[in-house]
Ligand binder design. Structure first.
Ligand code: PMP
Length: 443
């Protein structure tokens, strides 16, 4: 009940109302899952009655087994694994579930030390520092690298954790058009000529922030061009590899490997363990001096509990498999299967007339439906037909750029993907989202 003497506790901004509307129309949201997020998941049915925004609808207890096209389980490590799972269980038994302490106090176990070494080596940089949460990795790192004398130039599609980190830093921010290197260069040139808008002095530093794969677009950053620009204009480059690390490159080393860029040309490498590695947490990696600065000054190192040791073990084990150090070729097979699956899925949907975004090899496959009004029907039909998909609309995308965002996994078999394509094809006809039908061009 609201207190008549106070303004409402819950914000009544426009964002709040659109969120409520969004929660109401998107069926898969608000449904508890009762299995690991592998290639299939058990989605719990929920009671029809009740307002999903006001009273969280109670699950009925019945579950529906669905092909999972919604989780970021790119390499298939999210479900039970013959190498990872026994090691994770053993670590849980030895170290417990939580460190109950921050990494600067008593939360840095021998597992954490091992993982930081493994991560830095995998990335090909000097050092790494690990956070308990991916979102906080951006939100708690950017403020210790930037201040009011810093100019941040950020891609317009950057993730909320970056946006929040930039806000928290108090730095001046300019946003460049998504992946548009001409616009980025225009801003760089203008900013260097004009300097700080108040003092007119040169910027103390300029940081360009981009992502490896943009999670709503499935598109890769134009890394080569951006590295050239950062060198030309003496700026720093911060790269969020949440969706690209482990998912791109011949050996899974991310967008640098995929596009032939030396990782040492990226000043701040950021990534999360919640996607390709089936774990949780995030990292900052790069030169030792920068990493030690983060370790000694990020609030997360002092005020947040470090990553769970069993989650740490999951990352160590997954990285061993990817690097082929488990004595098998499973890592390389997973990587090949992920790019084959992603390319097959994207091409097949294009052939059938869908407007699909994203680059070759990218496991994020957005299918455009444009109209937000189509989201409820798409969501309901997919669930009825046993597909767990994520539908995205405003405010995560522009109002008229709603989409079905599919995440492909190495764990999906060709048969499963064929089944999904046939179902999406049928639903696409019903909901009239095959905008390319009749066009012969399949790029
Ligand atoms: N960066 C990007 C680009 C993301 O997409 C996400 C989450 N999907 C995060 C950071 C936050 O990571 P986490 O979910 O691991 O907290």
């Amino acid at each position: 009940a609201s207190n008549p003497d106070c303004p409402p506790l819950v914000a009544n901004s426009q964002d709040f109302y659109t969120r409520r509307l969004y929660m109401r129309i998107v069926d898969i949201f608000n449904r508890p899952i009762s299995s690991a997020p592998g290639s299939w998941i058990d989605v719990m049915e929920r009671a029809r009655e009740g307002d999903p925004c006001r009273n969280h609808p109670k699950p009925t207890g019945r579950t529906k087994r669905c092909l999972n096209l919604g989780s970021y389980n790119y390499l298939g490590f999210a479900a039970k694994d013959e190498y990872c799972t026994p090691r994770v269980i053993q670590t849980l038994a030895e170290y417990g579930c939580s460190t109950c302490s921050s990494s600067s106090d008593a939360g840095m176990t021998s597992k954490h030390v091992e993982m930081e070494g493994v991560v830095a080596e995998f990335l090909g940089v000097e050092s790494a520092f690990v956070y308990g949460m991916g979102f906080a990795t951006n939100a708690m790192t950017i403020p210790v690298l930037a201040d009011k004398n810093t100019l941040i130039i950020s891609d317009e599609m950057n993730h909320k954790s970056i946006v929040d980190g930039v806000k928290l830093s108090g730095a001046r921010v300019k946003v460049f058009k998504h992946n548009n290197t001409q616009h980025l260069e225009y801003i760089l040139r203008k900013s260097i000529v004009e300097g700080h808008p108040r003092t007119k002095r040169p910027w103390r530093k300029i940081i360009i922030i981009v992502e490896g794969i943009y999670s709503m677009e499935g598109e890769m950053v134009k890394l080569r061009e951006i590295v050239a620009l950062k060198k030309k204009y003496k700026a720093y480059l911060y790269l969020d590899e949440a969706h690209s690390i482990g998912a791109l490159g011949r050996t899974g080393r991310g967008v640098c490997e995929q596009l032939g860029v030396d990782p040492r040309d990226v000043d701040v490498m950021m990534g999360t363990f919640t996607k390709s590695f089936g774990s949780c947490g995030g990292y900052i990696a790069g030169k030792q001096e920068m990493v030690e600065w983060i370790r000694s000054s990020s609030p997360a190192a002092y005020y947040a509990t470090s990553m769970s040791p069993s989650a740490v073990q999951q990352v160590i084990s997954a990285l061993k498999i990817i690097a082929g150090e488990d004595g098998t070729t499973r890592g390389a097979e997973k990587l090949n299967r992920l790019s084959d699956n992603s390319n097959y899925f994207r091409q097949e949907l294009k052939k059938r007339g869908f407007h699909v975004l994203g680059d070759q090899d990218s496991p994020v496959v957005p299918i455009m439906c444009y109209y937000a009004a189509k989201i409820p029907a798409l969501s309901r039909l997919c669930l009825e037909r046993g597909l767990a998909v994520v539908l995205v609309g405003f405010p995560a995308t522009a109002l008229c750029l709603s989409r079905m965002r599919i995440c492909i996994s190495a764990a999906h078999t060709r048969e499963e993907l064929k089944l999904a394509i046939d179902i999406i094809d049928e639903i696409g006809d019903k909901c009239m989202i095959k905008y390319l039908r009749g066009s012969k061009k399949v790029s």
